[in-house]
Design a protein around this ligand. Sequence first.
Ligand code: SF4
Length: 683
Amino acid sequence: MSEVKQVLTTCSYCGCGCGFYLKVKDGEIIGITPSQKHPVSQSSLCVKGWNGAEFVQHPDRLTDPLIKENGKFRKASWDEALSLLVKKFSQQAKEGGPDSLAFFGSAKCSNEENYLIMKLARAVFKTNNVDHCARLCHASTVAGLAAVFGSGAMTNSIDEFLDCEVILITGSNTTEQHPLIGSRIIKAAKAGATLIVVDPRKIQLTKFAKFHLKQNCGTDVAWMNGMMRVIIKEGLEDKEFIKNNTEGYEELKKTVEKYTPEYVEKITGIPAEELAAAARVFARSRKSSIVYSMGITQHTTGVDNVKSTANLAMLTGNIGRPSTGVNPLRGQNNVQGACDVGALPNVYSGYQAVIDPKNREKFEKAWGVSGLPDKIGVPVTMVPQLAIEGKIKALYIMGENPMVSEPNTAHVEKGLNALDFLVVQDIFLTETAALADVVLPATSFAEKDGTFTSTERRVERIRKAVKAPGQAREDWQIICEIATRAGYKMEYASAQAIFTELAQVTPSYHGMSYERLEKDFGLQWPCPNLDHPGTKYLHKDGKFTRGKGLFSAIEYKPPVEMPDEEYPLVLTTGRQYFHYHTRTMTKRTSTLERETPECYIEINPLDAKKYHVRKESLIAVSSRRGTITVRAKVSEIIKAGTVFIPFHFAEAAANRLTIDAFDPVAKIPEFKVCAVKIGGNNK
Ligand code: SF4
C-alpha cells in the first residue's frame, strides 16, 4: 500500500486564493484538506474548494492534440499539430502582417504561462494583440484605478475587513462569488460593523446590512454622486486629506451639486432619506471600506463607476490606512496575475506601457530581440468584429471559452467562424474548442508548478501533485515549443526559471522568488526588493502611486439599451455559488452539478403575474440578439422590472441575450444591463 502524499497548492476557482492540500495516493487525487495556517482559508473552504479537484481526473479530459479535417476532429501527434500551427501563424504574419494574429491568455492559467503567451505574441510574432478575460470582468478597474490612484488593484487585504467599522458592498454578491471574503464580512457585521449593501438583488449579505439600497441597474454614478453631495453639504468630507493628498476636488464638488437625494431617487429608485443616511454613516467612520465587483465594472460606464468609488473613498479620507480603501474583488483565481504579468494589449508585465520606447528597449534587451511592436493591440472584445471584417485571421486561445463568456454569442460565433485558423489550448473540449482547427491538450492546476496572484495581490505557489492525462502538456512547455519552432529559441528549465525572469523585469515582483514564496503562503505586491516583506495596503498615508489622488468629475449616463414596450424588462447577469464561469470544470464536478444542473431566471412575483409566468415552469426569454429557454424562479430576491440569469450555462447561455456595447475606455461589455422580454422573438 502506498502512502498518502499531501501537496500544498492554491485553489483554482475564485480570487480569494485559498490554500489547500491535495491528498494523492497511487498517482490519483483522493481528497482535499484546507490549510489551517493559510491567511485566507484558515481551515475553511467553500463548496467549490472542497470539490476543487474532481474535474482533474474526469474522463472528458483532452489527452491528445486534435486536428480538424472535413469538419471532424482526428487525433494527431504533437509534432503534426505544432508544425501546422507554426506554419499557419508564420504564413499569416508574413502575408497579413503581425496584427492579423491575436492571442488570448487566461485568468485560469499561471503567471508564468501568461507571461510566456505575451512574450510569444510580442517577441516572436511581433504583435501586441494579446489580452485575456480580465477584459470581461475588471478592465474598468485596471483602467479606472490606475488613472486615479496609479495602481489598478485591491488597495487593502482580506483580513482587514474584520476590523472595518463600515463596509459598503456594491455589485458583489460576495458570499456566492468570493465566499471566504463573504464570511469575513459577515463576521465583521456580527462584531458590529455597519454594512451598506447597494444591489438590485436581495443577496445574503443584505440580511446583515443596516442599509439595503436597491438601485436601478446602471445608475451607480448617480447614487455615488448623490452620497458625495450629502457628505459635502453636511461638511463631512475629510478636508485635510483632500487638501494634502488629492487634486480635482473643486470640479467634483461642482459636478455633484445637482445630485440632490431627490434627483438621485428619480434616477436610481433609492429613497432619498436612505441614501442620505447611508452617506452620513460612511463618511463619519474612519474605517470605511468599499467592496465592489462586476456589478460596478460591467457597464458602458464601467470606468466612470470605478472612478466614482475612488472619489467616495478619497472624499472621506478612507484610503491609505488599514480597513479602508477601494477593494475590487477580482473574479478568477489568477485574473490579477494575468494582468500583472502583461497579458494585456497595452502593457508589458508590471503595467509598463508598450508605447513607451524606454520600456520597449528594456524588454528587447531582456528577451534578446529587436523591433517590439509600438502600437497598442486589440482587446479580446474587439476580436470577433475584426475577424468578421477580415482584419484578424488567426487566433490562439489559451484556456478561455468566449463562446460562453462573451456578450452576444451569435456575433462571437460568427467572428470565430470567420477566422482562417483557430487554435484552442485547454483541458476540455469547450464550446470554443469545438470550433477550432487545432486543439492542444493542456494541464490543470494540479498537474503543474507555478504561481497565481489572488485578489489581495498575494502571489502564491501551485504545485504539481499528479501527472497530466495522456499526451497533455504543461501550457508553458507548449508555448516554448511553438516559439522555438517559429524561430525564437525559448527554453526554460522549469516554471521557477520563468518566474525568475518575470520577477527581474517586473518592478512590483522584483523581490519575489520561489524560495521566498515558500514561506508564509506567498507575498503581496508591491514587493520591490528581496528584503521587502510585501504590502498589505496600498497608498499609505495618502501617498498615491501616481502622486496625488485624482478626483474625477463624472456625470451620470444611462445604459445603452433601456427597456421599452417591446422588451420591457432589464436583464442583469452574474454568477452563482455552485458554478464557475463557463462551467467547464464545475459541470464535471458531481456535487456542484447536482445542486444546480440547469439555468434559471429570477423574476419578481409582480412581473411573474404580469407576464403569466408560473413557478418552476420553463420559459423563453428574448432580447434583440436571441432567445433562450430557462427555468422560472419566482422570487422577491430580485426587484420588479429586473430579471437575473446566471451566465454559466452554455445550453441556455445568458450571453445569447446580452448586448455587445462597450465602455469606451476599458472596452468591457455591458453585461449588467440589457432589455429583454418573456417569450420568443416571433417575426
Ligand atoms: Fe476556492 Fe474561492 Fe472557495 Fe476559496 S473561496 S475555496 S478560493 S472558490
